[in-house]
Design a protein around this ligand. Structure first.
Ligand code: NDP
Length: 254
């Protein structure tokens, strides 16, 4: 039962929709109690109700907070720790995109992307790790991107943020792996979600993706569930600080 997550609690940030929601669904299917998160309370409640119908209300919780708000993160993580007995798995998934040529990007937009895509993972990661370190166990999964390794026009802040998130994964590993925590990252390729809907609808971009991806298709959010279960379970107990690209092969071809 290496992949069994029964009895574990997993907090997935940004799980009211998209990739985070599918990862939470996958962790629950493997037996975990899941805590969904997002900022929009109405969307979050709807997501909780949908997954509770599948796995039961006791195993599907929701906590609305902004991952960049230090006080809100502290209060929410403390409340989740108390009500569940402890967070065993943290998935730092919440993230945003901003598309604009780099020369036109305002400092405000730059900071917004860096804040949510890197600083949020640091804040939630640091707060949850304090309790994990005290228990001597825990799994942290940071959701990176192919832009962790590769650049592309018009997404400079995101590319910088996702590269930083890869190295944050390494920094967390350097400091916390000796205390029984495993911190790894998943780097999704182009996945069809609300974030990428405009790209899917753009015939030129869509055909570029299909030509550029050896698997010849967009990823689905469900493609991320298996890798997340692996990193959340005892199957990955000696895997530390790695980035797993789940991208249909995009990053291995030119
Ligand atoms: P979506 O835009 O579909 O969903 C984003 C989620 O993050 C929502 O639940 C949203 O909550 C939440 N969120 C945004 N800001 C905050 C915040 N400050 N605090 C808490 N929650 C927040 O995104 P995707 O599912 O497409 O992407 C998820 C992750 O995967 C991101 O890190 C993204 O960079 C990464 N990724 C996505 C790829 C893709 O092709 N889609 C490819 C590679 C990586 P709310 O509903 O309240 O706004």
């Amino acid at each position: 039962m290496t992949f069994d997550l029964t009895g574990r609690t997993a907090l997935v940030t940004g799980s009211s929709r998209g990739i985070g929601n599918s990862i939470a669904d996958g962790l629950a299917a493997a037996g975990a109690t899941i805590v969904l998160n997002g900022v929009d309370q109405i969307r979050l409640d709807a997501a909780r109700d949908a997954l509770a119908a599948k796995y039961g209300q006791a195993r599907v919780l929701a906590s609305a907070f902004d991952i960049t708000d230090e006080a809100a993160v502290a209060a929410s993580v403390a409340a989740i720790e108390k009500s569940t007995g402890g967070i065993d798995v943290l998935v730092n998934n919440a993230g945003i995109q901003h598309r604009e040529p780099l020369v036109d990007v305002s400092l405000q937009d730059w900071r917004r992307v860096i804040d949510i895509d890197v600083t949020g993972a640091f804040l939630v990661g640091r707060t949850v790790a304090r309790a994990m370190l005290a228990r001597g166990a825990g799994k942290i999964i940071n959701i990176c991107s192919v832009q962790t390794d590769l650049a592309r026009v018009t997404i400079g802040p995101y590319t910088a943020a996702k590269g930083a998130l890869r190295n944050l994964t390494r920094a967390m590993t350097a400091e916390w792996a000796g205390s029984g925590l495993q911190i790894n990252a998943i780097a999704p390729g182009y996945i069809h979600t609300e974030m990428t809907q405009k790209l899917v609808d753009d015939p030129e971009f869509n055909s570029w993706i299909l030509g550029r991806t050896p698997a010849r298709r967009w990823g689905t959010t469900a493609d991320l569930a298996g890798p997340a279960v692996f990193f959340a379970s005892t199957a990955s107990d000696y895997v530390n600080g790695q980035v797993l690209f789940v991208d249909g092969g995009m990053t291995v071809v030119v």
